[in-house]
Design a binder for this molecule. Structure first.
Ligand code: MG
Length: 373
């Protein structure tokens, strides 16, 4: 009898709960007012805090183009960054963006449709395309009033540490930069400038933090590369990025097979269609929004790389906090992050993702998580 009564109470409780749920009314998603999207853009020059030297060249500035897409009073921000080796310039980005007609679309959430159109305008112009993609993602996040990582269902605590980059330089400057970077839990070291062992020994005289190595295609011979990777593997290095020139595909496959450290493709690799063909050539890929045409394709690239059991790194160019914060929204999905681009410049125009105790730290702002300074 007692049991029956308890069952009755329980059943009644469930019944009243389901009545309560069925009575709960959800507000309808407000209909967009069929406004028009308006794209605007302007060139901007990033000033680097230090001369940046990688295998191949040095520079003190990076040209970018800042974009805005306005829709029903809400503005999404985007950015194209053009380090010289990618072949885009402010001129080429602006001439691409002048061809873009977003007024034909009524709903910014139709990212598939809009980005397919953007991609069809030209075969190249990846940074220009990314500047539209990032602004659209910022816009839809703001309309939904949620950060993108939440809309994607990601766990913000899973963000990785970010590395801070030490460019090729004299031992004296490398020492200074390493000391300045003491708040980072991992450093990325540029090699391939002819003083590789000196660079690593200098850094190791100051810190024991894990190191990523980026050769930027600087080693030309596979046997020398393998010898160097063995030497590096005894000095706390996690992986080696783009050790050989991008066109030495067979040498690279041999190197990956024999390497004691994972190898990561950067210059060799641009978009989604490249992922599968590098499966047995590199251990993983370095995704950058300026190569992938933005967040939409970068997200797909991560999924494909995971299905192929490849490692994933997310990187950046020298960029403002706009493009860096956009990339950081995807970072809970990756193994390694190199998202220091905005920290290398002295004239950022946004405040966004922060590096706290070396870790990529996402905020609660909607969209890509930035505010204008
Ligand atoms: Mg690289």
């Amino acid at each position: 009898m007692k049991t029956n009564r308890r069952n009755f109470v329980k059943t009644a409780g469930i019944a009243s709960l389901s009545v309560a749920l069925s009575n709960k009314t959800f507000a309808k998603v407000p209909t967009l007012k069929s406004g028009k999207m308006k794209l605007t853009f302007k060139p901007y020059k990033l000033q680097l805090k230090h001369t940046f030297t990688v295998a191949g060249f040095s520079r003190n500035t990076t040209p970018v183009v800042l974009t805005e897409i306005e829709f029903e009073g809400i503005i999404g921000y985007g950015e194209a960054s053009m380090p010289p080796y990618l072949g885009e310039s402010q001129k080429s980005v602006i001439s691409f963006l002048e061809k873009v007609d977003l007024a034909q679309f009524r709903d910014p959430f139709r990212l598939d449709e809009i980005m397919e159109y953007i991609d069809s305008i030209d075969t190249e112009n990846r940074a220009a395309k990314a500047s539209v993609d990032i602004a659209l993602h910022d816009l839809i996040g703001k309309i939904a009033n949620q950060p993108l990582y939440k809309l994607w269902g990601l766990t913000p605590e899973n963000t990785p540490m970010t590395s801070f980059t030490i460019g090729i330089d004299t031992a004296e400057v490398v020492k200074l930069k390493t000391k300045e970077a003491s708040r980072f839990k991992v450093l990325k070291v540029k090699l391939g400038g002819g003083n590789d062992k000196e660079m690593i020994n200098t850094i190791r005289s100051i810190t024991d933090v894990p190191l990523y190595v980026d050769v930027n295609q600087g080693w030309k011979d596979k046997n020398h590369a393998l010898e160097m990777i063995h030497w590096l593997s005894e000095r706390g290095i996690e992986f080696v990025e783009q050790p050989l020139p991008k066109n030495q595909v067979d040498d690279m496959a041999w190197l990956t097979e024999n390497s004691p450290l994972p190898t990561i493709a950067d210059e060799a690799f641009q978009r989604l269609s490249d992922v599968a063909k590098f499966k047995d050539v590199y251990s993983g890929i370095n995704i950058k929004l300026m190569k992938s045409t933005g967040l939409r394709e970068a997200h797909k690239m991560i999924t494909v790389a995971r299905a192929l059991d490849m490692k994933v790194m997310i990187g950046c160019m020298t960029e403002t906090s706009c493009a860096v914060s956009a990339a950081s929204q995807l970072s809970p999905l990756v193994d390694w992050a190199d998202l220091d681009g905005s920290l290398l410049i002295s004239n950022d125009v946004f405040k966004g993702m922060e590096v706290i105790k070396g870790k990529v730290t996402l905020n609660n702002l909607p969209g890509i998580g930035i505010e204008k300074i």
